[in-house]
Design a protein around this ligand. Structure first.
Ligand code: AMP
Ligand code: ZN
Ligand code: FE
Ligand code: FE
Length: 281
């Protein structure tokens, strides 16, 4: 069972990387990708906790924004962690998330919802990528909302008047960076419309030209129709279809292994990386 998209508390998941690896073993996964938002900070701990029976695919879910302002998440897998260009972009995006959080907090404060940056940062583990889920957790701690779901539904969703995006490079630029670092690029949940505007089907063309290796087809935020449409697109472009849980620990309902990637699909992806980077013990 292969799950190619999961989060730890190095971004907005709630399990430590070590706990995530233990849960993956307990769930019976055979391969897991760790893909925290805009960071590789969990890679060492995940590697440390790995045991025989589970292979670790190190990666990151990288924030992108199209020229017309649509948010896109790109899974970078099996890339070289020492690649300078990619590391710098991840670091810049993490920095931009701080100023953006301050602006969202200001908007909430102006509307009479009292919350401070300190309260949000208190929800974050050391060095983790800051995101709206931490703001949600701070609002839960203050009893403004009951859980992350309600925080997003009421206040933090992409169409909310409090929402502000953070600057990120285009999907094409991020694909090129991932490929330049020897990795593979898979676009995450491209049609997950619950989250806000999504890319048009036509835009896959330029992403494939930039080197896109795969599309995350099977994901709980896609309807069956959307999965069928994406499966067709994958065939047309002769790229790879993946499936994954997008697990966030207690932060979301998603369960490890609820959607998976076939062994065959994974092997095609693995062969596209410029080095053998799957971690095995
Ligand atoms: P940000 O990266 O700050 O833009 O926040 C987006 C992240 O919030 C996504 O990657 C999800 O992990 C999380 N998220 C989005 N919607 C929800 C929701 N309804 N409940 C919990 N977490 C969510
Ligand atoms: Zn997330
Ligand atoms: Fe995502
Ligand atoms: Fe994710």
């Amino acid at each position: 069972m292969i799950d190619l998209h999961t989060h730890s508390n190095v971004s907005d998941g709630t399990d430590t990387p070590g706990e995530l690896i233990n849960k993956a073993l307990a769930t019976g996964l055979t391969k897991i990708a760790l893909t925290d938002h805009d960071t590789i900070a969990g890679w060492d701990e995940a590697t440390l906790y790995l045991r025989p029976g589970l292979d670790l695919i190190l990666g990151s879910e990288i924030s992108c924004q199209t020229e017309d302002g649509i948010s896109v998440h790109m899974l970078g897998l099996l890339f070289d962690p020492n690649n300078k260009e990619l590391s710098e972009v991840l670091s810049t995006t993490r920095d931009n998330r701080i100023g953006r959080m301050e602006k969202i907090i200001n908007r909430l404060n102006e509307a009479g919802i009292s919350i401070t940056m300190e309260e949000v940062l208190a929800q974050l583990s050391d060095g983790a990528t800051l995101g709206r889920p931490h703001l949600a957790d701070a609002l839960v701690a203050k009893k403004v909302v009951k859980d992350r779901e309600e925080a997003f539904a009421e206040l933090l969703h992409n169409n909310s008047k409090y929402y502000i995006s953070h600057y990120s490079p285009t999907p094409e630029a991020v694909i090129k960076l991932i490929k330049g670092a020897g990795g593979v690029a898979v676009i995450a949940h491209p049609l997950a419309s619950l989250r806000g505007r999504t890319v048009s089907v036509a835009s896959f063309d330029s992403m494939v030209k930039a080197g896109l290796d795969g599309i995350e087809v099977s994901h709980r935020d896609h309807t069956l129709e959307q999965q069928e449409l994406l499966a067709k697109i994958v065939k047309e472009f002769n790229i790879v279809a993946t499936g994954s849980s997008d697990y966030h620990g207690n932060g979301k309902l998603n369960q490890l292994g609820e959607f998976t990637t076939s062994q065959e699909a994974f092997e095609i992806l693995e062969a596209k990386a410029d080095a053998r980077r799957v971690v095995r013990k």
